[in-house]
Each structure stands twice: as C-alpha cells, then as structure tokens.
Design a protein around this ligand. Structure first.
Ligand code: FES
Length: 589
C-alpha cells in the first residue's frame, strides 16, 4: 500500500523503553528501530521468507532476522546475505518527541530495481531471489519477453557455449504467448533459473571477432564446412561471425549452419541441430542485433558434436549414412526443377510412409514429394508428425529410458522443420540440397527407432476405444488431467483426457495451458520442456485435426511418464509469489 500521509508510530521515549515499535494498519507492518540517536523504519517482513523482523535483533547498526539469520544494514535495508534480498525502508520523521512514518515501501523505479535483482540472482544462482525478481518485474509492468531478453543476454555474457538452460529459456519464451498469469510467471522463473544454474561456475564467453574481409556466401559456407570437418571451433566461429557482419539474413545464417551441421549425421543424437535451431529462435525473441554474441555459442557445440555415422545402428545391417548420401544426391537433382509452391497437401500420407519398414520406399517418397512440388516446409511438417507418432504410440513395455530415444527423434525433427521453414522463406533454392539432408537424417532416425512401436500403443479415441465415460467439461478434464499427473504410471489416462478434450471440440489452448501447468509445477527434466514446446509448435501446424490430436497425445504421454517429481521449484516460486502479494507467511510463527 502507498500512502502520502505520515502515520503516528509512538514516542521516542517509548521506542527507547521497548527497543522497537511496530506500526500496524492496512499497510504492511512497519518496524521502527533506533541506533546511535538515529531512527529507522523498515518493512517488518524479512524479505527472505517473511519472518517478522521485530523478533530479530539489532546490534551495531546491523539487523539480524532470527529465522535464517540474514543480516541487514539498518540504515539502507541492504542485505549482507544476498540470498535474503534487501529490506524495503520507509520514510521516517521525528516531530518533537513523536515518531512518524510513511507507509511507502520500495524504490522510485521498481522495474530497474528488480532488473538489477534478477541480475544479482542469476550471478549468484539464487532461486528465490530470481523468483522474487521475476515477480517484481511483472508487478512493475515489465513485459515477459523483456525478462527472457535479460536472462538470454546474461547467458551470452557468462557462457562460452550454448546450454540446456538456454534451450529451456527459449522454448518457454516461445510458449509465453500461450501462457497467462501464474503459468507465465512459472515459465519465466524456470527459464531464468536454468540459465543461471548453467552459468554458475561456467567458463565465461570469450570475445571473438569477424574477419576483416567480406567473402561471399558460398565461400563462407565452404570454409565453415571445412572448419567443422576438422573440428576447428575458433575458425568456424570467426567464419560465422563474418557472415553476420556481412548482414546475412536469418535465413542465410540458418542455411549456412545447416550446411555444415548436416555434414555429420544426427550429431549428438540430434541435440546439435536442435541447439542451432534454438539459438536462432532465441534471436527471434531477443533481437537479431545480438547475433554476433549468441551465434558463436551454437557453432562451438556443432564443431564438437559427434555424428551418428560412428554408431553401429546407422551402419549395420543397412548403411544409412551411404543411403542418405545417395538420397541427397537424388534430391539435389529434383530441387531445381520443383516449383516449391504451397499447394501440396499429402502431409499425413507422407508421414505414414515414413513410419514404414522399407528405407527405399521412405527415401523414394521424399523424392517424389519434392517432384510433386512439396516445399521444404511441407516435408519438415510430415517428418515431425511421423516422429510425433513414434512418441504417441510408444509402447510402455519398453525400457523407461527409451522415452528419450523417441523424444530425441521428435525434437530433432521439429528442429529440422523449423530450420527448413526459415530457409524456405528466403525463396532462394540454392541452399536447399544441403539443408535437405537434415530431412533424410530425420527420416532414417524415425526408421531406426521403429522397434519402440512394437506393438504400437493405441491412439486414444480411435477404433473401439470410446472416451464417453471421461469428464466432459474443460474444467473437469483439466482437473482430472492434473490429478493424473499427481501419480505415476498415468500415461494412458493422461493421453485419453487430452484426446477427450480435443474430440469434444473444446478450445485447444485450454488443454495446452493444462499441459503447461502440469510441466511447470514439476522439477522437470530438460527433455520435458523440449517436448512440450515442440509439441505445441507442431500442433499449430494441424490444429484440432486428427494429426494435431496425436501430437498433443504424444506430449501428454511423455509428460505423464516423467511425473510427478518433488516440485521444489514450485515451492520456491510459491514463496516468492506470496511475498510479492504481501501474504502472511510466518507472521504467526
Ligand atoms: S532470514 Fe528471515 S525469513 Fe529467512
């Protein structure tokens, strides 16, 4: 509460006698203390977790909270223990023998204050400080994406390479338009928190510079592939920085990176390409003016990544590396003749072929689709849907760890789709043949994990699997879904509730919000964030058509297989939210 009026707190004599005064009213309680003849007024709630500070002690100008023993400078409220945060001070006046205080807490520029606190929380990897800073910025009217920008730039300054936290932050930043209220707060907290954890103790980013010359795009591509082949990270980074310095478009940067990235096959089980795509998406969120700082982070990962060409399953009994090379040569013959118009509509049909048992038929179908004028975007969409079906039909008799085998292929295929979509937007087909190798690697990866669907799990609501006995209103479905996530082994129950919501024609955004809440209340693993974001992206390609439903079923099944967890992040976020609202946390302790 803010007040322009001073409030009577008591007399100087009374303060000396009692040692402290507490002014109560409709505002937060105000603590009044004296030290060496000066009188101070502070918020009586400890900023750490709300314990009443009048139960603490004051000595030599230092106020100590008696809950976790955080210490504060009486004059400024600043803390000596950064995890606790600063205590807001209040204006105080002595009028003769009387003490008057004003119930004004905080600082003149809350947005700037909480931005600094977000930085401090990240610098010291303090979850509660981060959560409070996110709350504080939201309350000050700061746009959620601005906090994504702050955290991403912190990561750019403090990390030498791309990280899982940067991917999580970007994935959740992409989801922010679907999230409201507490879900948006939780998403920001999770994203910022994970970047801070990655930065804690990490080697800071090194300064790198572009070449002084400005070679053409084909030369830069040739050089980047050369440096990637010999794993010369510094040279690769300077080459890409030079492309940025030439003013290359996001599509050209994507094409350049994918050309080198796909010289290796399904590198780092798909994470390398996925990280490149997320780096580009991060720039979409925070602004491409930060490309020179951010892009070297994903290039370093790319040059170090290990390709699947060394993995047995890619070589025997079928040599998929050789098969992909042959197919790539065939695609490059077909690309120049194709018109790449947006009138091709056999996405679901192609996806079903990709799930087949015949590699020749799979690669042949991709070639035929190009000749039929399917665009790179079209092919990527089919690829991602095929991979999503691997998750949607994942047999729970598999080992639990194999969920991630299916997940890797799906999120890789989604990254391929998003990257190809970016490249296709340039209308310049010169880079298509190299980038299209990502499609072939994705198709091979889908083939290689076909055992995960033997036998395939039933898709809910199809065949004789009626859903009529399930709840019918959006509210009841959401409640049942979240209840399912409270228990282990609820994979099918969660999938059926999602299918129920969508087949009844309820707004998809409601069930997406429920899935987001299910994720954001957990101490989720890295893959769960990827799964939700990739699933929502791919769902939007189809909306509430059968394919779209299958994709969200895949998301629900994966998340349910990894829930519940201890939910410690949620507890921290909840404490910060209650402190921000002014709720009483420990007033009665
Ligand atoms: S130190 Fe005051 S509540 Fe924790």
């Amino acid at each position: 509460m803010k007040s322009t009026e001073f409030l009577y707190a008591g007399t100087v004599e009374e303060l000396k006698r009692k040692g402290r005064l507490v002014v109560r009213g409709p505002h937060r309680p105000i603590l009044v203390l004296e030290h060496r003849g000066r009188i101070f007024a502070l918020d009586n709630r400890c900023p750490h977790m709300g314990f009443p500070l009048d139960r603490g002690s004051s000595d030599d100008g230092i106020l100590t909270c008696h809950w976790h023993h955080a210490r504060f400078d009486l004059a400024s409220g600043c803390t000596f223990d950064l995890w606790a945060d600063d205590v807001p001070t209040c204006p105080v006046e002595t009028r003769g023998a009387e003490i008057w205080v004003k119930a004004e807490f905080g600082c003149p520029d809350p947005a700037a204050y909480w931005q600094q606190r977000l930085h401090d929380g990240m610098a010291h990897n303090l979850g509660l400080v981060i959560a409070k800073a996110v709350q504080g910025q939201l309350a000050a009217g700061v746009a959620p994406l601005e906090m994504v920008r702050q955290a991403a730039l912190f990561g750019v300054r403090h990390l030498d390479g791309w990280s899982t936290g940067m991917t999580i932050l970007t994935a959740l930043g992409n989801l922010l338009p679907q999230l409201e209220g507490e879900d948006a707060y939780l998403a920001l907290f999770h994203g910022v928190r994970r970047v801070a954890a990655d930065c804690d103790g990490a080697a800071p980013g090194r300064t790198r510079a572009a070449l002084a010359s400005r070679p053409d795009a084909s030369t830069l591509k040739r050089w980047l592939r050369r440096w990637n082949a010999v794993r010369h990270g510094e040279a690769a980074q300077r080459t890409v920085l030079t492309a940025v310095a030439t003013g290359a478009t996001p599509a050209s940067i994507a094409e350049l990176l994918l050309a080198a990235e796909t010289d290796r096959v399904f590198a780092d089980t798909g994470h390398s390409l996925d990280f490149i795509n997320k780096g580009l998406e991060c720039l979409d969120l925070i602004g491409w003016e930060h490309a020179a700082g951010l892009i070297p982070m994903v290039v370093g990962q790319m040059t170090a990544a290990r390709g699947s060409d060394e993995a047995t399953e890619w070589r025997q009994p079928i040599d998929f590396v050789a098969l992909c090379e042959q197919a790539a040569a065939e695609l490059s013959r077909r690309f120049p003749a194709a018109r790449h118009e947006r009138n091709w509509s056999k996405h679901a049909e192609l996806a079903r072929v990709l799930l087949g048992d015949e590699p020749d038929a799979i690669f042949g179908a991709l070639g035929s689709a190009i000749s039929d004028d399917a665009s790179l975007d079209d092919l990527g969409r089919s690829l991602a849907y095929g991979a999503a079906l691997r998750v949607a039909q994942f047999g729970t008799a598999n080992e639990h760890g194999d969920w991630d085998t299916a997940h890797h292929v799906f999120t890789y295929c989604n990254a391929v789709h998003q990257s190809l979509k970016r490249i296709a937007a340039s209308h310049d087909v010169s880079g298509f043949p190299e980038a299209s190798r990502a499609l072939l690697h994705g198709a091979a990866a889908i083939y290689l994990i076909r055992y995960l669907n033997v036998p395939p799990a039933r898709l809910p609501g199809e065949g004789d699997d009626g859903l009529d006995a399930l709840p019918s209103t959006p509210e009841d479905i959401r409640a049942s879904l979240l209840d399912a996530f409270d228990h282990q082994h609820q994979v099918e129950a969660a999938a059926r509730l999602v299918a129920r919501h969508l087949t009844l024609g309820h707004p998809p955004e409601l069930i997406i919000a429920a899935l987001a809440r299910a994720l954001l209340r957990e101490d989720a693993g890295f893959h769960a964030y990827q799964m939700l974001e990739a699933g929502v992206r791919q769902f939007k390609e189809w909306n509430n058509a059968p394919a779209g439903r299958h994709i969200l079923v895949a998301v629900a099944r994966y998340l349910a297989a990894h829930s519940p967890t201890e939910r410690s992040l949620l507890q921290t976020a909840d404490i910060a939210a209650r402190l921000s609202r002014g709720d009483r946390l420990h007033e009665e302790a």
